[in-house]
Structures are given as structure tokens and as C-alpha cells.
Ligand binder design. Structure first.
Ligand code: TMP
Length: 237
């Protein structure tokens, strides 16, 4: 069966229900807009389990997601939403492209979270945009941009608290949203939340347990992801 969409880390397939898709998590990892590529055994399984646990936790806090259910270790059932081509990044601590762009030392704690938008375009390398770009490019209306920001800050509050219980600092993360096509039109959280899409540092030691281990060649990449899953499952159980 051919996927209806293939991204860098996941593939989407239709199901018998037109309102539901199957999302398969791949073992492939990319960084720096796919300049750097590798395959990590079990990454698909780990990110499926981590996303599933986080989405279920977020749902209990009133955050609506595209999650419908789990099929197996690497396949989730999700609502067939229209993905907004705006990636929403929330930063609590300076790192990554923020530190590079602004020459602010990694680890500098922000007084309040920073919310950023980028245009979801591999071709252009996901450029940083703002509400006006989103409006003129037809990516999201000003009202939708406000809703994305509000929802992203709620997700941030819930996740900071949850990861604190896991002994982890939530440095930053990227999320995506989709417009539901069935029933009343709503914007719900979609895509994944995993160590591919979050920066997570051990509270005690500062050790990086996310994809920066791959980006920065720190080694033991999957050990980091396994540690995140172990702690997430412990807090949830
Ligand atoms: P950045 O510092 O490289 O802009 O990344 C900010 C956060 O977004 C970080 O947690 C990693 C995540 N991210 C993605 O999930 N996908 C991407 O394509 C990029 C560039 C970052």
C-alpha cells in the first residue's frame, strides 16, 4: 500500500474510514533540513510510545489532539485533519537556532516563553515567519494565529509540569496543528511530540536526552530516547 504522504519521520496511509488515517513512525532521523541522515533502530517504536503517552496526558488536561488510537508499536490511528503549514515553536530556554541567530548562550532561561512560527516547507528550510506572513501566504488567518499561540502556550504549561515530574527540563519544542474536517471545524494538536521535536535536559545533570545527541554527534542517541520513555511511563503509571 502506498502512503498518501511521506515525511522525514512518518508516513500516512488511508484506512477504511475516510475520517481516519494510519500514521506510521519511521526509524529514519534527519537534521539540518535533511543534510544529515541516519537510521536508528527502534526510533519509530520509541517515538510512537512517547507521543501516545504525551497525547493521552494532554487530552486529560483538556488539550484536543488528532489521536484516535493505537494499532501497534509503530502505527497510530489519527483523525484525517488538514495540517496547517505553520510550525509552532515554543522556547523556555535558549538553544539551537535561537542561540545561533541571536548569539545568546545555550541554557539562558527566558523570563517568559517565546513563541515562534515557521513555514512548514522543506524546500525553503522551514523559514521563520510571523502572523502577517501567515496571513498573506494564506497559511493561517490572524484569528487562527492567535489560537495557535494560545494553544501552544497551554501545551507548554502542561508539558513543563509533566516533564518536571519526569526529572526533565523542557527547553523547547515544535508542534503542529490540523483543522478537523468532520463535524464542527476545530483546530487540534497533530503530528508528534517526541525527542525528535522537543529538547529535554536532565534536571540534575543537564544531560541532553533528545535529537541534539544526533545533531551534535554526542552518541547514545536512542539511549536518550529510551530514558525519556522510561521516565514518562513511570510518571503516568
Ligand atoms: P531549533 O532551535 O532548531 O529551531 O528547534 C526548536 C525546536 O523545534 C527543537 O525542540 C527541535 C524542534 N524542531 C523540529 O521538531 N523540527 C524541525 O524541523 C526543527 C528545525 C526543529
Amino acid at each position: 500500500m502506498e502512503p498518501i504522504y511521506e515525511g522525514k519521520a512518518k508516513r500516512l496511509f488511508t484506512t477504511d474510514d475516510p475520517n481516519v488515517l494510519r500514521m506510521e513512525y519511521k526509524d529514519e532521523a534527519t537534521a539540518f533540513n535533511a543534510e544529515k541522515k541516519a537510521n536508528f533502530e527502534n526510533k519509530g517504536k520509541l517515538n510512537t510510545a512517547i507521543t501516545l503517552a504525551l497525547y493521552r496526558m494532554l487530552e486529560t488536561k483538556g488539550v484536543e489532539t488528532h489521536l484516535v488510537g493505537q494499532i501497534d508499536e509503530i502505527n497510530l490511528l489519527v483523525k484525517n485533519v488538514e495540517i496547517l503549514m505553520v510550525e509552532v515553536i515554543v522556547r523556555n530556554i535558549a538553544a539551537g537556532s535561537f542561540s545561533n541567530r541571536m548569539a545568546v548562550e545555550e541554557g539562558t532561561v527566558f523570563n517568559q516563553p517565546i513563541v515562534e512560527f515557521s513555514y512548514k516547507s522543506d524546500e525553503l528550510g522551514d523559514p521563520l515567519i510571523n502572523d502577517d506572513y501567515a496571513r498573506e501566504m494564506g497559511l493561517a488567518t490572524p484569528e487562527e494565529c492567535a489560537e495557535l499561540k494560545e494553544k501552544a502556550l497551554i501545551v507548554n504549561d502542561v508539558m513543563i509540569d509533566f516533564f518536571k515530574q519526569c526529572g526533565l527540563k523542557l527547553v523547547d519544542f515544535k508542534i503542529e496543528f490540523g483543522r478537523t474536517k468532520d463535524g464542527e471545524a476545530k483546530i487540534v494538536l497533530a503530528d508528534e511530540i517526541s525527542p525528535d521535536t522537543c529538547r529535554l535536559w536532565d534536571i540534575e545533570t543537564g544531560k541532553k536526552l533528545d535529537k541534539d545527541r544526533f545533531r551534535q554527534d554526542l552518541g547514545d542517541v536512542m539511549e536518550g530516547y529510551e530514558e525519556v520513555l522510561k521516565r514518562v511511563e513511570k510518571v503516568i503509571s
